[in-house]
Design a protein around this ligand. Sequence first.
Ligand SMILES: *Cc1c(COP(=O)(O)O)cnc(C)c1O
Length: 420
Amino acid sequence: MNTREFKPFEHKLWLSSPTMHGEELAYMKEAYDTNWMSTVGANINEVERLTSETVGCKYAVALSCGTAALHLAMKVAGVKPGMHVLCSSQTFSASINPVVYEGSIPVFVDSEYDTWNMDPVALEKAFELYPDAKVVVVAHLYGTPGKIDEIKSICDRHEAALVEDAAESLGATYKGKMTGSFGTVGVCSFNGNKIITGSSGGCLLTDDLEVANKVRKWSTQSRENAPWYQHEEIGYNYRMSNVIAGVVRGQFPHLEEHIAQKSAIYERYKEGFKGLPVKMNPYDEINSVPNFWLSCLIIDEDAMCKQVRGEQEALYIGEYGKSCPTEILETLAKYNAEGRPIWKPMHMQPIFRNNAFVTREGEGRGRTNAYIAGGKLGRDRRPIDVGADIFNRGLCLPSDNKMTVEEQERVIEIVKSCFE
Ligand SMILES: *Cc1c(COP(=O)(O)O)cnc(C)c1O
């Protein structure tokens, strides 16, 4: 329970805000000066080259945002109306909305505790229950690679396409290979709060030239190669602007530097929280190197005070020696620092209340699952609904790469004070 008082942060401490370096402006100006102010130009070509080189895929198609890339990825993967698509439940809604744009039905797959990403055991269970599924959508949360080898081999065994949402994990590797390069088709994002940004923008990633060409065509209103506007397919206006591409181009040389800063932030929190009943967001230390986009923590079960979350608000009862995400987030906000709850799983969202949800134990439906209903424990004494449990006990900490050591130390003290 928070008792101490602190000095508020003079400038707001952000979760993750854009960090500009100067080159961005030069490339934007170049677009202006040469009058390539459209969705064609040198900046776009460079973004595509830099992205495909960095990720280690053959082609990257620059698009207006990661969500647009995911939408076209669904079409590439062969998502069709009425189909079941097996999806990470714990993710940002942008991973899932494009499945629904195409009229297919998301089946949500639970998370695991080792990386907070899709549980391969639950995915296997989902294939047992939905043997007709031909597409899987997996996200790497907070820059931490999921168990992508296992997930990929399960997909291969079931002859399913894998859409890899690497929007948060650009630059993160698994067994030396970049996230975004494992899927049948991959996606990255340059949204304002991502590890590097164009203010907006995203790329579709593929090794297949035919796919790259198809996506280019779809994203430019599906114009056929004819003297007039000729159309054989439905099109989209999804291409990246050459001005935005200038910002992304200027950011690319700083990707490694941003990752190093984020990694240092993660390590400092880890060190600072020693002795507290919390753990940092975990990753596979043998096989993966995250990009550490956001530093998160999870509170030990027996150090949680009572916390109740409705659909729009949260309440808690302070208790000596204990805390909860709501208390920590409210206390941080009081001192002008921004944190955030963990992604609320899609199977807990009202919009998806009728969609299936598969854990390693079997199938539940939306919010009626055992953990929400009564906190029933699974075979290994873990709550059955892992995603709901991580949402309940976890939070994202201020992770801005411009945060000073002194500021971060104050954040650590504020978090500590919540447990006093
Ligand atoms: C940011 C994000 C997206 C969407 O990217 P935009 O560029 O904002 O459209 C998709 N999936 C995840 C997991 C994200 O964090």
